[in-house]
Design a protein around this ligand. Structure first.
Ligand SMILES: [Zn+2]
Length: 456
């Protein structure tokens, strides 16, 4: 009986080792990532050699070529770019000032997709609201001939919940103000900071409502206008020029670390290559591109895990388009895409990961908790529902998602502003995130766990 038991144990060991990643390999990747310069070098290169790269801009095309060259240089396979049409918006001359009663300059930035003001700008009295809800409570005609400013502060949170609460004022505020008669719309920057750099971002117009120009004031300037308005009528001047291009294109750039024994099972990860224009797109989202590329590259340097890891640099996140283009191009491949996630929350420390429901208790995945513990990263009991804006198309087709949650406490001090540069990046924290991605990917990609929910 002893002999038989021994044979059974050996067979069992072989089966499990074929299906389970070796936690020691993941731990070694984790430790190597902490001192690996790859992520920093990628981010330094992207911000220095390309800089701001809105979708549809000449810089976005240079970023595509930069991404292709980078992935080839790092040894990725199947490196290519997938083109899609992307009408684009280009910022022009912008200025703002208080005309009366106390003339002062204001720091302003136009919102993406805003219509322009007339070339000479707009001068009008401003009505200030301390919350978006207060503005929405006003009746039709309440703002006829006026400029509206919503000066609602954003709440600082670790997980970014403050953004979700504040951002409707930026996205939908112009149409809501226009519905009530306004001729232009201003929003306090969706920011947790107090710096004088205004923060841009996308906005959309509602059907059937006049399109009015929309811009963001810096946090201190929005407060300045509010304080002046408490004393009496305030007249402001704004000029927000911009151009629409209907015939521009964008690209999703990708490369792969081929799987060793199940190469047709693909895990899709990445960041978005496009950025807003005032900074150099370091934390949004050069960081995500750098972190995921570096993590996959580290894994590729060793024995490849069972499954293929595909890094995608999505080409139009900020003004949408990349996710829809990606799913349109990969619909037939969906049954082979086993998992997807995007890194798009800067480069401060990771503190938790979220996996598809039930996965964390699988024998092949259980060792991950111990591998991540020294990084001070936990596996959340809450399943991942959302892997990122650019994996939403995949999610809508049933591709399971995972997420690596980073500390966003200071992210929105910088996001979409001129301060989004390499200077705000802490390389030690960025490498902690690379280590989290590398260890997690190694375990997930080397397992044979089916992440799709079991069919009822
Ligand atoms: Zn982003």
């Amino acid at each position: 009986m002893r002999f038989q038991t021994f044979v059974l144990a050996s067979v069992f060991t072989i089966i499990t080792s074929a299906a389970c990643a070796d936690p020691q390999t993941a731990a070694a990747l984790r430790d190597k990532a902490l001192t690996d310069p790859t992520a920093w070098n990628i981010l330094e290169s992207l911000t220095t050699e390309i800089g701001p790269r809105p979708a549809g801009s000449p810089a976005a095309m240079r970023a595509r070529d930069w991404g292709l060259a980078l992935l080839k240089k790092l040894g990725f396979k199947n490196v290519h770019a997938e083109e899609f049409p992307k009408p684009s918006w280009e910022r022009g001359e912008e200025e703002a000032s208080i005309v009366s009663p106390y003339p002062q300059k204001l720091a302003i930035i136009g919102l993406g997709d805003s219509v322009p003001t007339p070339a000479e700008g707009i001068d009008a009295d401003v009505i200030v609201f301390k919350s978006y809800a207060d503005m929405l409570a006003q009746p039709p005609g309440a703002f006829t001939g006026k400029i509206v400013l919503v000066d609602q502060p954003m709440v600082r949170t670790q997980n970014g919940a403050g953004y979700g609460a504040a951002v409707p004022a930026r996205i939908s505020g112009a149409s809501e103000a226009a519905r009530r008669g306004a001729i232009a719309y201003l929003v306090r920057s969706i920011s947790t900071g107090t710096d004088r750099a205004p923060h841009t971002g996308d906005m959309t117009y509602k059907e059937g409502v006049p399109k009015i120009p929309a811009g963001a004031l810096s946090v201190p300037d929005a407060d300045l206008v509010m304080h002046m308005a408490e004393r009496g009528p305030v007249r402001v001047h704004i000029k927000l020029l911009s151009t629409f291009h209907l015939d521009t294109k964008a690209w999703n750039v990708s490369g792969e670390i081929p799987g060793s024994s199940a190469p047709d099972e693909v895990i899709v990860i990445g960041g978005h290559l496009d950025s807003w224009d005032p900074g150099t797109g370091a934390i949004d989202d050069g960081a995500g591109v750098s972190i995921t590329t570096a993590a996959a590259h580290l894994i590729g340097e060793g024995k490849h895990p069972r499954r293929t890891i595909r890094v995608v640099m999505w080409g139009s996140e900020e003004t949408e388009g990349a996710s829809a283009a990606y799913i349109a191009a990969h619909l037939a491949e969906v049954p082979h895409i086993v998992l997807a996630a995007e890194s798009d929350f800067g480069c401060d420390n990771a503190y938790a990961i979220q996996l598809p429901a039930g996965v964390m208790d699988h024998d092949a995945i259980k060792p991950l908790a111990g591998v991540l513990a020294p990084l001070k990263v936990l596996i959340s009991r809450d399943p991942a529902l959302h892997g990122g804006t650019d994996t939403d198309g995949l999610r809508s087709q049933g591709v399971p998602q995972f997420s690596i949650n980073q500390d966003g406490s200071r992210y929105f001090d910088i996001h979409h502003s001129a301060d989004d540069t390499l200077a705000v990046v802490d390389p030690v924290q960025m490498n902690q995130v690379v280590a989290t991605w590398a260890a997690t990917l190694e375990i997930l990609a080397d397992s044979d766990v089916d992440f799709r929910p079991a069919k009822q």
